[in-house]
Design a protein around this ligand. Structure first.
Ligand SMILES: CC(C)(COP(=O)(O)OP(=O)(O)OC[C@H]1O[C@@H](n2cnc3c(N)ncnc32)[C@H](O)[C@@H]1OP(=O)(O)O)[C@@H](O)C(=O)NCCC(=O)NCCS
Length: 180
């Protein structure tokens, strides 16, 4: 698994993910196609600003299977680091998000700037909550959270900055090829 920085060539991936009913089921439903260029441009701008957005590339000759990233966000008036992830529907359940998250958390440890990392998966989002649990995030609450103007009932998980690296190891992310 390789984390490849999101680039101008990844518009197709944003379109495939964000217009898909299954991917967006826990995020308030798919975005209309006309919104995709805006989301893509925002993503490129956030990368230019230094936020992390990576595509998940299982091996060098493969197309990306999803993306994940860490960005600055706001929680109750406080600046926080937030993490997000998504994988193409036909590629889910193969361990790709787990493999990517292990790499991302290793990077976060090496980089050292993100501190505690927050995640806000939908309360009924089985795989996303499973990922948080698996990587040692602590469940600290549940409530209504804004997602691009949509109010969603989400769980609030936090991974303490001091345990970011340990979490990647403790989760023991397996090789995706073995996971399937
Ligand atoms: C969340 C998501 C990225 C996971 O990607 P993935 O590559 O399928 O994840 P993995 O294969 O690494 O599996 C992650 C864990 O979820 C578990 N899982 C899968 N489906 C599950 C379900 N319905 N309920 C509970 N756990 C589930 C898996 O068993 C695995 O845990 P394990 O390794 O301990 O067995 C993917 O489901 C997705 O893109 N969802 C839509 C987008 C989304 O909701 N993003 C979250 C925004 S916060």
């Amino acid at each position: 698994m390789e984390l490849v920085p999101y680039s101008a060539a990844d518009l197709w991936l944003t379109r495939a993910l964000e217009t898909d009913e299954r991917v967006m089921a826990e995020l308030g439903g798919p975005w209309p196609d006309e919104r995709i260029p805006l989301i893509h441009e925002r993503r490129l701008a956030s990368v230019a600003r230094g936020w992390w957005c990576f595509t998940l590339v299982p091996s060098p000759d493969d197309r990306a299977v999803g993306m994940l990233g860490i960005f600055e966000s706001d929680f109750e008036g406080q600046a926080i680091s937030e993490i997000g992830w998504s994988v193409l529907p036909e590629q889910q359940g193969k361990g790709y998000a787990s493999a990517g998250l292990a790499l991302l958390l290793e990077r976060a440890r090496a980089d050292g700037r993100w501190g505690a990392i927050h995640a806000f998966p939908g309360a009924t989002n089985g795989p996303s909550n499973a990922l948080c649990r698996k990587f040692g995030f602590e469940l600290v609450g549940q409530g209504a959270f804004d997602y691009s103007g949509r109010s969603l009932t989400c769980n609030h998980w936090v991974l303490d900055g001091a345990v970011v690296a340990d979490a990647a190891h403790a989760a023991g992310a397996t090789d995706p090829e073995e996971h399937a």
